[in-house]
Design a binder for this molecule. Sequence first.
Ligand code: ADP
Length: 373
Amino acid sequence: RPSPSPARSRPAPDNGGSADSCRVRVAIRLRPKNSEDLAYGSDFDSCVELQPESKRLKLKKNNWICESYKFDEVFSENASQKRVYEVVAKPVVESVLEGYNGTVMAYGQTGTGKTYTVGRLGKDDPSERGIMVRALEHILSSMSFETDRVAISYLQLYLESVQDLLDPEKTNIPIVEDAKTGEISLPGASIVEIKDLEHVFHLLQIGEANRHAANTKMNTESSRSHAILIIHLQRSSRIKEENSSLSNDTHDIFPDDLPLVLKSKLLIVDLAGSERIDKSGSEGHMIEEAKFINLSLTSLGKCINALAENSPHIPTRDSKLTRILRDSFGGTARTSLVVTIGPSSRHYSETSSTIMFGQRAMKVVNTIKLKEE
Ligand code: ADP
């Protein structure tokens, strides 16, 4: 029996075939106005205007339109959690079910809806469920319990240290890259097999509570750390051996079909707030924090730029965040990014730089696919 294969490296997922269909998909989601937005000035002044039909967003300053940007999707404040899942995450989950790795990330300023989009549990109200719960629901309903297995790891990355959100005793978890396959693993991190949705809620709740407790202990806020859910999927199936690349001996044992075990993983990442941290006047761990958050988000930005430029060197080793993402980002892995913004003109400059990050990510293409065309 062949040993489990790592996630497929070729061919690329069937995603339409064009180079454009292989790049990182980027959606913008606008958070509804909140009381703080409304309290700022008598007439609420929004710095964005959405045109969902043309998938464009216009950025306004003092009511003048500065620039118009096109994305793969533009979600207004009325967009449902279901629609966001279907557009942003469902295609990635489908390719993970086919044996490819994938990543879904939320990027944006603190308070703009990253955790709402990605991590909202919605235990009692299914319409509220975020991407993590919906992805696991989707996987559980698509797999066969006789042959397939799904498990999760839930981690927090803070100050370049990986902590286990399912077992707070486990800190400083190493990130190891297999020299042959390039596969990334986190030895020592909990990997818990999932059987049903109740179990999913239970584990995600434990993760949330541990995140809160860890941040209270470290005297920081969760907006300063990255939360990373890793969904490990192993599927067994009997497939027809078409190209007969295996030796004849094997052929004798398995006349015309072979058991195939596919391993893939999906990373769902709630990134730290994208806002610049004011270093002036901050001391000790605040300065450390600013340095490390900037390091991982800057390094993610550099990898995105390098992928967009089709560079042969993607600098994923510069930060722990990009090292964890290394085998699930670019290449044949499908990646979606949801960029969250608030409507208030008070945060014009943060909103503008968040949008620019999303625009750079739009250019990332699957380099293998491009070379084949
Ligand atoms: P972040 O993770 O980016 O810091 P949160 O997800 O915590 O932001 O969102 C901040 C607040 O706004 C929360 O109270 C959240 O429930 C609310 N919120 C964010 N996005 C939406 C949305 N699309 N619809 C309704 N409420 C939202």
